[in-house]
Design a protein around this ligand. Sequence first.
Ligand code: HPA
Ligand SMILES: [Zn+2]
Length: 334
Amino acid sequence: MDTGILIERLPKVELHVHIEGTLEPEQLFAFARRNGVSVRYPDVEALRAAYRFHDLQSFLDLYYEGCAVLLAEQDFYELTLAYLRRAAAQGVVHTELFFDPQSHTHRGVAFATVFDGISRALAEGERSLGITSRLILCFLRHLDEADAFDTLRQAEPYLDRIVAVGLDSSEVGHPPSKFERVFAAAREHGLLTVAHAGEEGPPEYIREALDLLKVSRIDHGVRCLEDDALVERLVAERMPLTVCPLSNVRLGGFAEMRDHPLKRLLDRGLCATVNSDDPAYFGGYMTENFTATQAALGLTADDILTLGRNAIEAAFLDADARERLLARVAQSAA
Ligand code: HPA
Ligand SMILES: [Zn+2]
């Protein structure tokens, strides 16, 4: 089958998307106007032109600045629903979203405001778009352990609607070991765990995420390829990697898409998946990530189906839901 048609028809599962990273410039300006927040760029074009990043930190600086326009529950609701509409239009049938409560509570926005807006949109998305979802609370790793513990405490009333905790923000210098105790506390609450590791940080951070944080998935993980023994372990444990190709190129991890290791990860037998990360900032959602990697790396129809099945295997879904999605993948290739 033609790979373009397959990419379009594939029922997609997204496992690595930061809801704050879906804030498109148009919506950013609309929220700014509504909330009386000033933006230091004159218009959408000027803001978009500033999205030229050379590393993770240069992106994070703008990403946190963008968060300043999010103040009311309705902002989080509209942000999330707009993402779900775009995702559904691209054939995403299930999505597992990260949110960064500390990016908001540190500005005086209540945890409940953030959570209620996002979760109201997720319920609406399931009702009106048929898109299922899970929510993952990410701790900002540049902040300290006590702040993460405080955030976990604020999340306690909502834990029945949070599937896992994760770890994001500036990686280098903030190893997983810094959060070993708060992740243990989260697991005691019955939460699963994931962590960004091996995006900019060394393979050793991936090992720490496995051994100390007991993660069910590694977010990014592309630097595992520098360590053969680690690759063998990830293959043997069938540990999923939520890879974000456009993000990796935009943040300078790889100079061009043709240098991206997605195909090598698959060929090594790793459970790699394709994801959008911060689609409003990196030039595309799921379809654009599939299309760009297919074109640059020559992914075959089999590769694309493997990526689709890997994401279903890696999703935080029960066995029945997985079987139903796998059947839809098979149908899409028929
Ligand atoms: O790609 C990312 N990496 C780390 N932290 C993040 N926070 C939002 N996006 C990212
Ligand atoms: Zn990410």
